[in-house]
Design a protein around this ligand. Structure first.
Ligand SMILES: C=CC1=C(C)c2cc3[nH]c(cc4nc(cc5[nH]c(cc1n2)c(C)c5CCC(=O)O)C(CCC(=O)O)=C4C)c(C)c3C=C
Ligand code: FE2
Ligand code: FE2
Length: 354
């Protein structure tokens, strides 16, 4: 470039008052974000109402046309369910921290993951909820403000479902849609057949069973259900659940009848995935089975669905129908086995970034 041209350009640029220097760049970081379903902030009617409204307004969760669903949601569900669910949450609430167990475990998983990744100082770990707090947007914004130009999101669902995994991703992308300077993004795929996960579930069953003073005749792998039409339309969740059970059974060296799959937590009037957990528990007791254990491989943390619906309700159903011994096997939570799964997934999906 000749000197005259250079000085001409400089004068023109000076006239436009361009910044003299590029703003200082923070050294780039990588954000790792654990995302779980969500939970109410309290058990009072208002907190339950806000949580359930956000959750049950998600078209990924309730696929009915809004014009048909909203009168039911606002007219019936949000008038009755906050009281009923609030009473159930109170049974399992973490009073020490004044929060739900799901929030306690998700935070603990994030803190332990950060500790496990301390050899990678460019990584910042965060945790967020799809519904409620800390919101996905607030955590994504914070990670970006901390200098993350890459983001790895881990939806904490071993089995993929549009009602969980996809909506967690949707929420993150909605947050990114508002950013001028977006980070690069990766989302960890479902891990229902990952050997580290299958082994962790099998080991936790083994460990728990040896601690019992009875030997269960049947162990039930109970997964959260989804409406059957969602499955019929192509959600692979059902097949992921069956495959997890098959792999865990194989790893334990058990027969088909010793580890069975059921689905819990029905909501609304339509058919959900079958067989239902509550009906199966009752049937087994009526058929003369005296001892059972239930494991929840689809939940990465204990929560209302495992601590109340299984450890309390399913136990009562079994004992009232003639059963004698019932055990609930805890979720992987922030146990060493559970953390080994999370760390293995994160390290694998960060490949090429670290
Ligand atoms: C149509 C409604 C629902 C679908 C579909 C659904 C799918 C689904 N949910 C989980 C995991 C969890 N669900 C939890 C609570 C919960 N789920 C629903 C409804 C549907 N879930 C409701 C209304 C509630 C709130 C509790 C209640 O009022 O009964 C939780 C626990 C949250 C906590 O704070 O403890 C989890 C986890 C999965 C994996 C899934 C589909 C695969
Ligand atoms: Fe649910
Ligand atoms: Fe439930």
């Amino acid at each position: 470039m000749d000197a005259a041209k250079t000085s001409k350009t400089s004068k023109a640029e000076a006239g436009r008052q361009l910044p003299v220097a590029h703003p200082a760049l923070k050294s780039p970081k990588i954000g790792v974000m654990l995302v779980n379903l969500g939970t109410p902030d309290g058990t009072d009617f208002g907190s339950m109402w806000r949580y359930l409204r956000e959750f049950l307004s998600d078209p990924r969760v309730i696929e009915l046309p809004r014009i048909a669903w909203y009168p039911i949601l606002y007219g019936i569900v949000l008038n009755t369910r906050p009281t009923k669910s609030g009473a159930n949450y109170r049974k399992i609430w973490n009073r020490e921290r004044d929060e739900s167990p799901l929030r306690t475990y998700t935070r603990a998983q994030s803190e332990k993951l950060a500790e496990a990744l301390r050899d990678e100082p460019q990584i910042v770990v965060g945790w967020a909820m799809r519904y409620g707090n800390p919101s996905t947007k607030s955590v994504a914004d914070r990670l970006v403000a901390q200098g993350c130009d890459r983001l790895l999101v881990l939806p904490l669902y071993p089995q993929y479902s549009a009602t969980t995994t996809a909506t967690a991703n949707d929420k993150l992308f909605a947050a990114l849609a508002k950013m001028r300077r977006q980070p690069a993004v990766r989302s960890v795929p479902a891990y229902y057949d990952d050997p580290v996960y299958v082994d962790a579930v099998a080991r936790s069953i083994e460990t728990h069973l040896v601690s019992l003073d009875f030997a269960p005749e049947v162990v039930i792998a109970s997964y959260h259900g989804i409406p059957k039409p969602y499955s019929d339309k192509g959600d692979p969740y059902y097949w992921h659940c069956l495959e997890t059970t098959r792999l865990v059974r194989e790893r334990l060296g058990w027969g088909e009848e010793k580890l069975i799959t059921t689905f819990q937590s029905r909501f609304g009037a339509q058919e959900w995935l079958q067989p239902y957990t509550d009906k199966t528990v009752e049937r087994l007791a009526r058929e003369g089975v005296k001892s059972i254990a239930i494991v929840n491989p689809g939940f990465s943390s204990d929560c209302i669905e495992t601590l109340e619906e299984i450890a309390v309700e399913a136990r009562e159903i079994f004992l009232h129908a003639g059963g004698a011994n019932f055990a609930h096997i805890p979720c992987l939570n922030d146990s060493p086995g559970g953390m080994a799964v999370i760390e293995a997934l994160v390290r694998r999906e960060l490949s090429g970034w670290i």
